[in-house]
Design a protein. Sequence first.
Length: 218
Amino acid sequence: MSLTIGDTAPDFIAATTEGAIAFHDWLGDSWGVLFSHPKDFTPICTTELGYMASIKSEFDRRGVKIMALSVDPVEQHAAWSADIEQTQGTAPNYPMIGDADFTISKAYGMLGADVSGDPTDRTAADNQTVRSVFVVGPDKKIKLILLYPMTTGRNFDEILRVIDSLQLTAKHKVATPANWKHGDRVVIAGSVSNEQAKETFGSWDEPKPYLRIVAQPA
């Protein structure tokens, strides 16, 4: 199954470090981030899980829930969490899924439908495509998909930046330009006519008719 932006995020019930969770019910009216890992006790994922825990308050402030996934039994996650805390300074403070039957990884297109067997017999390289980030909106639609190689750690500050953009553009008829960060100027959406823009924004800078630049709406 191949997912893309705008698709409904597949619902699931999963065993996690915080008990069984039904994904859509757990999200409720919140935004959510689901980020996946090919196996427990992998080095780059260890750094990522620890960093995500250390900045969880930033996601909380934005009304975003966090959930991690690893293709290993949930019973192994406690020992890995202890390693994460020891090496990174912060243990995971969000639920971690044990996707031992590959159900969620398959539903989200991270593993092929033909994958089966004992997850502990598989190496991280076997599961190297389970390195995705999905940002899901309150409407349960996928807003962002990122896929990282095993050798490159994810930039969660960038994910926060994208969430800032997603939340801003969901509320206002604007788009955010290259390298935008919260507080920078934005672009009036192309779907907004000049007449509508005058009512909403008053005036704007217009280096080209299709490029109308204004201050970020409050």
